[in-house]
Design a protein around this ligand. Structure first.
Ligand code: ZN
Ligand code: ZN
Length: 523
């Protein structure tokens, strides 16, 4: 203890540039003895006290959610229903998370002095039977070796922790029917969708078989903006983690999202229309979309909710969501955590050309000068509660979908009466993906920013934006042919009160433009 807390001069200079590091006292607020080594939002900690309180915060965020049924006052036995999966990206946050999980729940031979700072806790049998760390390699999404495959680096980083198995994934697994069959035991046909049409009509599967990698690249290449590419990749990675958790019978998926990255993702998600799923950033219970019977709690008559037994749903948690980037780095430095680093996507001008990049620059800059603002962003955003709840989830990102989006879309979309002769009676019904998507994903797939090329310029229409979908989306699209309405909870049988018959018909761009002309803001 003496050597970690008490050797200030050298350490302090190495940590902070000359500027006044301490506002008031340079003594640690906890032990009031040691000179501080780190200032977190104007609070001074020594190395030991910092480590103790960070571990305590980690456990306080995670442990109330470990048991399937809440065990009332905490501190009972931790008995998770399944295994644990760590979503590992190589970032400082996920590296620190791996270190904390290992140190808290796996390492047995903790020396007595190690528990200092935190409260005593019983170190007995390991909490989860199996702990795995999954990593999704995204290098293949970008051709010509623009991104280095870092699977081996990640494997080495995870191998440093005994008792944690490494699960390597590749982003093209999302388009691989074999992967889908492995994790779900189900078969799904490819579904093709036409991205040039806002309704996203689903086309019959093609005979030409292409590789999952080619399908992935075609999908990304046809997204309208760099922002869309960025958010599609992070959705795909997230859903790959979820399915991996499901396939490995994990009751918990933990992600290394720090306070800083949580704020970045909340702001950029909200600005892309994903606000409905904000509560899921704190706690999410997920089960695959193909499981029709939601494992939701049943509402008991007395108003209490009763949990059903665990049925392999995955609880997604971010135990570091109150720990800032600076604290993660400090932990990594003091606990010899090797941080491989998260690769940035090779998107041209990602910093200025994507919502994610701009938000990141903004928040990181803000954190530097006004460290308290970032936690305010996360805390304020966490209070947002969307109107209503929903059991329907988006076919692409698998997050809850705003109820009524369908009705809303129906209201704002142009439809034609079927009494005209325009539509042949035997024309095949066009199924559409749009109603199965949340607002944010629909925007990701279809809308162009002011920065992207104007849609009707020459060449824009000439490329053929028909793409394959990730397997989970394909699976939903196929379900849609059958009980989609029932699934979405909108009984849409022709109501007897109205004799109108509505039918969806494709309009060409010219007609659509003239019909919409008066509502368009752009000249
Ligand atoms: Zn101290
Ligand atoms: Zn979505």
């Amino acid at each position: 203890m003496a050597e970690s807390c008490g050797n200030p001069a050298a350490d302090a200079d190495a940590l902070m540039p000359r500027k006044s590091k301490f506002d008031r006292s340079d003594k640690c607020v906890k032990c009031k003895e040691a000179r501080g080594n780190l200032v977190v939002r104007h609070v001074v900690y020594c190395k030991d006290c910092f480590s103790g309180q960070l571990e305590a915060r980690f456990r306080k965020t995670l442990e109330p959610h470990i048991n399937h049924a809440p065990s009332g006052p905490r501190r009972g036995t931790l008995k998770p229903a399944g295994d644990l999966l760590i979503g590992f990206s190589g970032s400082a946050g996920s590296s620190v998370l791996l270190d904390l999980v290992h140190g808290t729940y796996i390492a047995q031979k903790a020396a007595p002095e190690e528990g200092k700072g935190g409260k005593e806790h019983p170190r007995k049998d390991r909490v989860w039977h199996n702990v795995r760390a999954a990593y999704v390699e995204i290098a293949d999404a970008f051709p010509d070796g623009k991104m280095r495959d870092r699977t081996q680096d990640m494997r080495d980083a995870v191998a440093a922790y005994d008792g944690v198995d490494f699960v390597p994934l590749r982003i093209q697994d999302a388009f691989d029917p074999d992967w889908w069959a492995r994790v779900t035991g189900n078969h799904a046909d490819d579904a093709l969708v036409d991205l040039s049409d806002e309704e996203l009509p689903i086309l019959p599967p093609s005979d030409s078989s292409s590789t999952p990698l080619a399908n992935l690249r075609t999908f990304l290449a046809n997204l309208p903006t760099p922002t869309a590419v960025q958010s599609a990749i992070s959705s795909i990675v997230r859903v790959l983690f979820l399915h991996t958790a499901y396939a490995t019978s994990s009751s918990h998926l933990v992600l290394g999202t720090s306070l800083t990255s949580l704020s970045i993702s909340l702001i950029s998600t909200i600005s892309q229309g994903g606000g409905f799923a904000v509560p899921q950033s704190a706690l999410e219970e997920w089960y695959p979309n193909f499981c029709r019977d939601p494992v939701e709690e049943t509402e008991a008559p007395n108003g209490k909710t009763k949990k059903k037994p665990w049925r392999r749903e995955v609880r997604v948690l971010r135990p570091l969501r109150e720990v800032g980037m600076k604290e993660c780095s400090a932990w990594a430095r003091w606990h010899d955590v090797s941080v491989v680093g998260k690769a940035s996507l090779p998107i041209a001008n990602a910093h200025t050309a994507t919502i994610g990049g701009l938000t990141k620059d903004f928040i990181v800059g803000l954190e530097k000068d006004f460290p308290s603002t970032v936690s305010t962003i996360a805390k304020t955003t966490a209070k947002l509660a969307p109107k209503g709840t929903s059991s329907a989830r988006c076919a692409l990102c698998e997050l809850p979908m705003q109820p009524g989006v369908q009705e809303w879309k129906a209201r704002i979309s142009i439809r034609s009466r079927s009494d005209g002769a325009a539509v042949a009676a035997d024309a095949p019904e066009i199924r559409s993906l749009a109603p199965l998507l949340c607002y944010a994903c629909h925007t990701t797939l279809t809308s162009r920013s002011s920065r992207s090329a104007a849609p009707n310029k020459s060449g824009a229409e000439s490329k053929n934006p028909v793409v394959n979908l990730p397997m989970w989306t394909s699976a939903c699209a196929q379900l849609e042919s059958g009980p989609a309405e029932q699934w979405l909870g909108t009984p849409e049988e022709s109501s007897p009160s109205s004799q109108e018959v509505w039918e969806t018909k494709r309009m060409d761009r010219q007609n659509m433009r003239s019909a919409l002309g008066q509502f368009l803001l752009d000249p």
